[in-house]
Write a protein of this length. Structure first.
Length: 168
């Protein structure tokens, strides 16, 4: 399978590294606690009394927090432009693709995206939807058949705009 050539690729952090490490540490503690509960009940023969978590739930919570920990530790906003489309994603979820021919206008965003959208990540506002990363600059796209404009933070708005609209 051949790799796809991109005209533009940018990877942005959603949270500061210290915040990610704090969340990962907290999730690891929770994962460890439920892992211990499962092992103690299943393999060490500790009784399951009326106040404890049943073995199967301890295993399910252990697996869920382990997967969540992995996802949070790798959470990044990815912007890619190839010859046909603009692709936005937050790791493995939140992936959206827009055909370049459907983009009606591209302009600089006026304001502070993180403050205007009240945070980072995939954000939905009244008139705009945003992929908001740690960068302070952004562009706004008007896309056919979309009710809301799309706001994308970027380190280099001019390069992203030229990748989206190369002929202009």
């Amino acid at each position: 399978m051949a790799s796809k050539d991109y005209r533009y690729t940018e990877i942005q952090a959603i949270m500061p590294p210290k915040m990610i490490w704090a969340i990962v540490a907290l999730l690891l503690v929770v994962t460890g606690l439920f892992g211990y509960i499962y092992i103690a009940q299943e393999f060490l023969g500790r009784p399951v009394d009326e106040n404890s978590v049943p073995t199967h739930w301890a295993l399910i919570i252990f697996i869920a927090t382990a997967l969540l920990t992995f996802y949070v530790s790798r959470l990044k906003m990815i912007t890619r432009v190839d010859d046909e489309s603009l692709t936005m994603s937050l790791g493995v979820i939140g992936k959206r693709q827009f055909l370049l021919e459907s983009i009606q206008s591209v302009r600089d965003y006026d304001g502070n995206p993180a403050a205007d959208f009240l945070g980072y990540g995939y954000r939905i506002g009244i008139k705009q939807t945003g992929y908001i990363g740690r960068e302070e600059k952004a562009i706004t796209l008007k896309i056919q058949e979309q009710k809301r404009e799309l706001v994308i933070t970027t380190a280099d708005p001019e390069e992203l705009k030229s990748a989206i609209k190369p002929g202009e």
